[in-house]
Design a protein around this ligand. Structure first.
Ligand code: ZN
Length: 171
């Protein structure tokens, strides 16, 4: 089994996060996905972007996942777990990951590059603050790996935000 201890293991899990992100789109949501594995590489939780059905601007995949993880597991255990996410956690999600106690984050697409794709989109006005900066302000260490497979991660967003803007521009 792949474990979250090596670059090749990270890439295998990250590709699964990309699959979750693509599935989110088929549910009318934004193309973001995350999941949580334990040290043995067993998948514990998975989360798609949850903007719809309530138009929840805070329904990011990693924030939803961190809240769920915190309700199910204690911080000591979560400190041994890894969260894989298709795009770098924003400041809000990084805060949620910190508070839940998750020990490691592996991401695909950097927030800064996502910003060039979404612009100031009304559904996702990307907040470009590196997750490492947020974590560095905390009181426990969170390991960060990324960007990884950046081009594959970016491809998930190809055309998505332009199409969204066109829908909003339509009368
Ligand atoms: Zn977020």
């Amino acid at each position: 089994m792949d474990t979250p201890q090596s670059k090749s293991g990270h890439e295998v899990f990250l590709r699964r996060a990309f699959d979750v992100a693509r599935r989110a789109m088929t549910h009318g949501n934004q193309p973001f996905g995350a999941f949580l594995v334990n040290a043995a590489g067993e998948v514990l939780l998975e989360s798609e972007n949850g903007f719809m059905p309530d138009r929840d601007m805070t329904g990011h995949a990693e924030r939803l996942l961190a809240s769920q993880a915190s309700k199910q597991f204690d911080p000591d255990f979560l400190g041994t777990c890894t969260l894989y996410t298709s795009a770098e956690p924003c400041a809000m999600c990084s805060g949620a990951i910190y508070w839940a106690g998750i020990g490691r984050v592996v991401y695909g697409l950097p927030e800064r590059r996502l910003k060039t794709m979404t612009g100031n989109h009304n559904e996702n006005p990307t907040l470009d603050l590196p997750c490492r900066t947020v974590f560095a302000a905390g009181q426990r260490h969170i390991e960060v790996v990324g960007p990884l497979l950046e081009e594959d991660a970016a491809a998930i967003h190809d055309g998505f935000w332009d199409k969204k803007l066109a829908e909003h521009a339509a009368p």
